[in-house]
Design a protein around this ligand. Structure first.
Ligand code: FAD
Length: 393
């Protein structure tokens, strides 16, 4: 039995979902876990990793058609869990590709967009990124300044994109960026999404350095200087903030699962270390205070795991609401970061190095607490759902 799965939550998974778990877990143990500390330290990922993840069928795996595997959403969640058990950066690579970039195209793109990009992205031969956040517009994306204007008064004129995006995962790796920009309409500014090949003149991606979190993940600033796009570069179906927000909801679902993986790894490492480390003539696992920490970690991991499976089932049934996703993101990331912090204390001084995973996970989870909607934004979403009163401003 899996020592972290105390409530046998994985018994709730289908055979297909368990097969996904076993495949990704075994790939991660052989191909990712032995190298992750080195990648994290160097602040890099191997160039061939996307193609290898593509071969495994992980990109856009819960989407139908266009070379995607078409699994259940729960199976996709399980894959996110197993990747994040190694490192959040690995899950982010898959989440941004699958949920932010591919889902944007799948949900809101034209047939031509889907045919052009999705099969290559599913295979890991093209990487996508998603540009919503700006230097001055984070939690409040409606304040974005990036603009797409028509090059002339003709209805089918090219678009001209200007502006900047900040904190963009996969930004320097991507062949295609989904960029959200304001367009002028008679009724004011309307946010639209654009499919931007990153080799378009006027596109620049600059890697953000000196990160203390998510080092095994590329984060970039994008800038668009009078970048010219054909009229059909716009995602035809997405109008207003509901476009990007619907996409973020998809990615948050992966985070709900990924957080369980990070928490599980921290718990297992603390459990093992506590059994081996002796102080005062006995294993530190024998102290009541350590046992309390381990018991609380176990509760945190298993409650988060149950939440993930339940929300997975709701998503597969088509009834998962955005507020329920906020519940899951808030609860599971909070649980994971508490487990990681507590696990770090069990490892004492050893816990601060890259020889162990706990502080790497803990630092990564600081980002997870912030991206895809900060903890406070999800509280406000829940508050609005509970009271009917929007307290965002
Ligand atoms: P701010 O919005 O400035 O918030 C700062 C603090 O103020 C937070 O605690 C926030 O909760 C609080 N706050 C703000 N408004 C309120 C309020 N009304 N009430 C109470 N508290 C409030 N973005 C993308 O578009 N694409 C990506 O691929 C992407 N990847 C990322 C990768 C990393 C490593 C990181 C760190 C970020 C990434 N982001 C990405 C951006 C991320 O989504 C934003 O950082 C996040 O939305 C928060 O925005 P901000 O950092 O500007 O913080």
């Amino acid at each position: 039995m899996d020592p972290a799965d105390f409530l046998a939550v994985d018994d709730l998974l289908t055979e297909e979902e368990r097969a996904v778990r076993d495949t990704v877990r075994s790939f991660a143990a052989k191909e990712l876990a032995p190298h992750i500390a080195e990648w994290y330290d160097a602040g890099t990922l191997p160039a061939d990793l996307p193609a290898r993840l593509g071969e495994l069928g992980l990109f856009g795996m819960h989407l139908q058609g266009y070379g995607c595997a078409g699994t259940s959403a729960t199976a996709y969640g399980v894959a996110c869990r197993e990747l994040e058990a190694v490192d959040t950066g690995l899950r982010s690579l898959v989440s941004v590709q699958s949920s932010l970039a591919m889902y944007s195209l799948h949900r809101w793109g034209s047939e031509a967009h889907k045919d052009e990009w999705l099969p290559r992205m599913a295979a890991g031969q093209a990487i996508g990124c998603f540009g919503l956040t700006e230097p001055d517009a984070g939690s409040d994306p409606a304040a974005m300044r990036t603009r797409a204007r028509r090059a002339s008064g003709a209805a089918d004129a090219d678009w001209v994109l200007t502006g900047n995006k900040m904190w963009i995962t996969n930004g320097t790796l991507a062949q295609v960026a989904i960029v959200w920009a304001g367009t002028e309409t008679d009724d004011g500014v309307e946010i639209r999404g654009f499919v931007v090949p990153t080799d378009t003149p006027g596109f620049t991606a600059t890697k953000i350095g000196r990160k203390l979190s998510m080092r095994a993940s590329v984060t970039a600033e994008l800038s668009f200087e009078d970048l010219r796009l054909p009229a059909d570069a716009v995602l035809p179906e997405a109008r207003g903030l509901k476009g990007p927000l619907s996409v973020l909801n998809e990615a948050r679902f992966g985070i709900i699962w990924g957080a369980v993986g990070a928490a599980r790894s921290c718990y297992l490492e603390a459990l093992e270390y506590a059994g081996q480390r002796h102080q005062f003539g006995q294993p530190i696992a024998g102290f009541q205070l350590t046992q309390r920490k381990l018991a609380e970690m176990l509760v945190g991991v298993n409650q988060a795991s149950l939440t993930a499976v339940h929300l997975g089932r709701l998503k597969d049934a088509g009834t998962l609401s955005p507020a329920q996703v906020s519940f899951g993101k808030l609860a599971n990331v909070r649980a994971a970061i508490e487990v990681a912090r507590s696990a770090r204390t069990v490892l004492g001084g050893a816990g601060i190095t890259l020889d162990h995973s706990v502080m790497r996970h803990m630092n990564n989870l600081e980002t997870v607490l912030t991206y895809e909607g900060t903890e406070e934004m999800h509280m406000l979403t829940l508050g609005a759902a509970l009271t009917g009163i929007n307290a965002f401003r």
